[in-house]
Each structure stands twice: as C-alpha cells, then as structure tokens.
Ligand binder design. Structure first.
Ligand SMILES: CC1=C(/C=C/C(C)=C/C=C/C(C)=C/C=O)C(C)(C)CCC1
Ligand SMILES: [Fe+2]
Length: 350
C-alpha cells in the first residue's frame, strides 16, 4: 500500500485533515501565546485538562481499541476479535499494573519511555496520510520524526520545568513507595537537563535537515507544516507548565489525531465526513467509546482503593489516574502498532 492509497479521498479527506489538525493547532498556539506573554495558572487549575481527559477525547481514544483492528482490516467485529483484545488488555495491562506495585521507579521510567514511543508513533499517520508528507517517504525519516515528536512532550518539560516534572514523578512513585520517591528525584540534575537539551536539539535539527533534503524534490508545503508543528510544540512545552501542557496535548493533539484515524476506517462515519458534519462523526465515535470508557472508570475506582499511598490531594488523584492511563496504554500501543502494520506505515512504498 503506497502513501496515496492510505489517503482517504474527496471531501472526507479535507474534513479529516481539518478535524485532525486545526483544533490542536488553535489550542496549542493560543496557550503558548498566553504563557509567552506572562500568563500563569495555579497548580489546581493546571490539572483540569488531564482531569477532563477522563471523558473528553483522552481516555475514550483508547476505548475503541476493540473495534480498531477489524475496521482497519475491513472485517466484521466478531466475538473472537473482542476476546483477543480483551485478553491482550488483561495480560499486558495486568502485568504492567503488577510492576507498578513491585517496582514503581522502573514503572514510571517505563511510562515516560512508552509515552515517548507512542505519542511519536501517533504522529506518522496524520502527517503521511492526511498532510501528504512525501518528505517522510523513507523508514529512517519516519523513525526519526516519530522519535522527535514523542520526545517533545516527554523531554522538553524535563529541561524547561524540572521542578514540576520532579513533583509529578515523585507523586507517582510515592503512591506506591514513599521511600523510593527520593531515588527518582536523583535524576533531576543540571547535567542531565543539559544532556537532554543537547540531544533533543540535535535530533530535531538532524530530522528536519534530512526532511528538507527530501522536500527539495518532493515539495516544501508538507515539510513546512511538519517543521512548523515541531517548532510550535517546542515553544509550547518550553513555555507552558507540563501538567497543563500535557493535558491539553493529550486531548487536543494525540487523541484527536487517533480518533480521526479511526473515523477514516469506519465505513459508517464516512457519510458524515463526506457531508462535513464534524459533530455527527464525533458523536458516532462517542457512542463507540462509551462502554469501555465507563468500564475504565470502574477500574479507576478500584485503583484508588488499591494504591498503598494516600490519595488525598488533587495532584495525587490525577496521579492515580495517570497510573491507570499507563496500564491501559501499554496494550493500546500494541493495537496501534498492529494498525500501523496493517496500514504499512513502516514499510513506505511497499
Ligand atoms: C503529566 C506529566 C508527566 C507525564 C505524563 C505522561 C507520561 C502521560 C502519558 C499519557 C499517555 C500515555 C496517554 C495515552 O496516550 C511528566 C512528563 C512525568 C511530568 C510532567 C507532568
Ligand atoms: Fe494513543
């Protein structure tokens, strides 16, 4: 399947592009602007987007994983499919949940690394299939792009807001083991910040440079979009406190892009997309996502009861929710990687 055949055709394609890109650009650019001119927000308010992601775009974007693969493969959703995804979630999610209780420092490190990989992975489909990014026609270009896109939300805040980063990391560890929280704090040294800044900066320069070489033949438009988004995200994560920034990014960037990808393979959403009825298309998604989003809320309740630490502040409440997200995201990464495989995202030109 070439890039061209990944792309939906006609009005649907334009609708998918708008829905995937415009709200994210608007939210991220407006917030970046506000913080660059000196806006600030108390911590409790910064938690709002993450808290809202329980029902708004965030958590629900993974709650249709049981439908994603049969739809991508143009198959019926059978009991076998539901069982396969159910077993995947129970085994992979269950094992990772156990790791949180047994080795919370390692579990947090794995969470950050997994998010880096997953949020980077999630950028390739929209760029290639919806934004015609022909300068990303090789595996190397796609791999590097995924690596830097995922690194921005996970690593720029480490450089720009080490105190808040450390607060969240120690809160997450502290839910399971108060003593181990000090171990995690040891990672936050000026040398580590400098090393991360230099590495991310170098990787971004190399990636955009390689893309520019390709763009000189394939056309500059999509490269400019790619480089513009990269620059915007660097500014955003450098200017906006990470709890707030990551909450907004999770809802309006990562999740929305994935939801649009799912709508593109949902035959029954096609008429709404063709007619530019954004609301109808999203309502269809909401219906599909409702049952397992509700089930996740039950799991969240169980997790509140199960964590050994005290969950007594807004931050620790949201921290517990992040642990649930971590556990649910590992099997979700498997589903998305499988979608990538079906859509041949990592075998461009094949
Ligand atoms: C909030 C926050 C953090 C981590 C957030 C993570 C890791 C979120 C992952 C979300 C996922 C995986 C969503 C599913 O797609 C940091 C960087 C530790 C510190 C700064 C604040
Ligand atoms: Fe995701």
């Amino acid at each position: 399947m070439s890039n061209a055949s990944l792309r939906p055709s006609g009005t649907a394609s334009a609708t998918l592009f708008r829905l995937a890109f415009l709200p994210g650009w608007a939210v991220i650019a407006a917030t970046t602007g506000a913080f660059l001119v000196g806006a600030s927000l108390p911590l409790t308010y910064q938690l709002i987007p993450l808290a809202a992601s329980v029902v708004l775009l965030g958590l629900p974007h993974g709650a249709v994983d049981h439908l994603a693969l049969p739809r991508t493969r143009n198959e019926r959703v059978t009991v076998r499919w539901l069982a396969a995804i159910g077993v995947l979630y129970a085994v992979v999610g269950g094992l990772y949940a156990a790791v949180w209780f047994l080795a919370p420092v390692g579990a947090v490190a794995a969470f950050i690394f997994m998010t880096w990989v997953h949020w980077g992975q999630g950028e390739i489909y929209p760029l290639v299939a919806l934004a015609d990014a022909d300068h990303l026609d090789g595996r190397l270009e796609r791999g590097l792009t995924a690596a830097i896109r995922g690194a921005l939300p996970m690593l720029v805040p480490f450089v720009a807001f080490p105190d808040q980063y450390e607060l969240v990391v120690t809160t997450l560890v502290g839910l399971f083991d108060a003593d181990a929280a000090a171990t995690a704090a040891a990672a936050f040294t000026p040398t580590a910040r400098l090393a991360v800044a230099v590495t991310v900066g170098g990787l971004v320069a190399v990636t955009l440079g390689i893309g520019a070489v390709a763009a000189s033949e394939t056309g500059w438009g999509p490269w400019l979009l790619d480089a513009g988004e990269t620059g915007l995200l660097i500014l955003f994560f450098a200017a906006v406190p990470p709890i707030f920034a990551i909450g907004l990014y999770f809802c309006f960037w990562h999740s929305l892009r994935h939801i649009v990808r799912l709508l593109a393979v949902d035959n029954r959403a096609a008429p709404a997309l063709d007619g530019r009825r954004y609301g109808a298309a999203l309502a269809r998604f909401a219906r599909d996502a409702a049952p397992l989003s509700a089930a996740s809320l039950v799991l969240l309740g169980l997790l509140y009861l199960a964590v050994p630490g005290s969950v007594d502040s807004p931050l620790s409440l949201v921290g517990t929710y992040l642990v649930l997200i971590a556990v649910l995201t590992l099997p979700h990464v498997v589903v998305v990687a499988w979608m990538d495989h079906e859509q041949r995202l990592w075998r461009p030109g094949a």
